[in-house]
Write a protein that binds this ligand. Sequence first.
Ligand code: CUA
Length: 362
Amino acid sequence: MATEREQTGREETPREERSHFLQLLVIGLIASVIGIALGLLIDWWPAQGSAEASQVDTLYDVLIICSVPMFVLVVTVVLYCAWRYRMKPGEEELDGPPIHGNTRLEIIWTAIPAILLVGLCTYAYIVLTDIEKAPAAEPMNVRVVGQQFTWTFYYKGDGGKEIASPRLYLPANQAVYFTVQSRDVIHDFWVPAFRMKIDAVPGIDTHLRVTTNNKLGEYPVVCAELCGLGHSTMRQSAYVLSKADFDKKFAELQKGGTKPAGGGGGGGGEETDGKTLFTQAAQPACASCHTLKDAGSTGTTGPNLDEAIPKLDDAFIKQSIQDPDAKITSGFSAGIMPHYGDTLSDTQVDALVKYLKEVAGK
Ligand code: CUA
């Protein structure tokens, strides 16, 4: 009889209860310290490329410090209880003692998370308002347009004329005001190094402020919203340049924009090799939408070029790249393919046509 009582859910003495509670506390504390240390040691983010980045990173670290112990507490209690109070042989038919609730416990486990949540939300709100407020300096305006599956960046040039570029060039230590738009579906404009991102929504303008710091370099521009089959290929580059280099680049863009016939001048940069143009991740990013065996691409958003190109003449192909909506292949819709007449020079388009004619269908 005594042994059966021993095995059943007998009440613990207050001393046993206290010792179990202490064991739990020690395990939880050690696990929390390890969890926080790991969370802070891991390099979650790329280099800080903007003035906003350090505030966002601090916020992230504070979130880790607050949420890891909560996670560890819950997991420790669950695992400890599953192990400590597990069923022993002979107890299959038994039920534990009934529980009538504990008001004090319930108040504690409601109040602590509530205080934590309100505190963290307030802190996050303060950080967001602070990094989104307009800087004293007049910002540079850049219009960002997303479409499946590419970004185009527009600057105000001389005489108010817009200049298109497939790459984002920014001067160092510059406040920038982005106006973000989409031509088709929802995308999300994100430069992880800047720590700022915002949705590009068709039909409305969204805005983003970033102030570059003095770190020069190339940073990835990413689409952070699942936007179709080519979503993962919607990656380009942002370049933070010294003021002098930026002015030089801007002059180049301006010249290329007004006179696309000039050798390799256009916003597409200096690349004039057809295959490189076809496969590069930045614009024109042909490979993300078209199938072409020679380039190893399997996109199905646009026509299969191995099948289509051999039937077309050079002039038609050229027009299809520069102004794709002029004539549409049956089974495909207008407005899908970007008009590369805006961002590629004549030389680059010719190089693409030549490459396609050489390899398509082979
Ligand atoms: Cu655009 Cu994902």
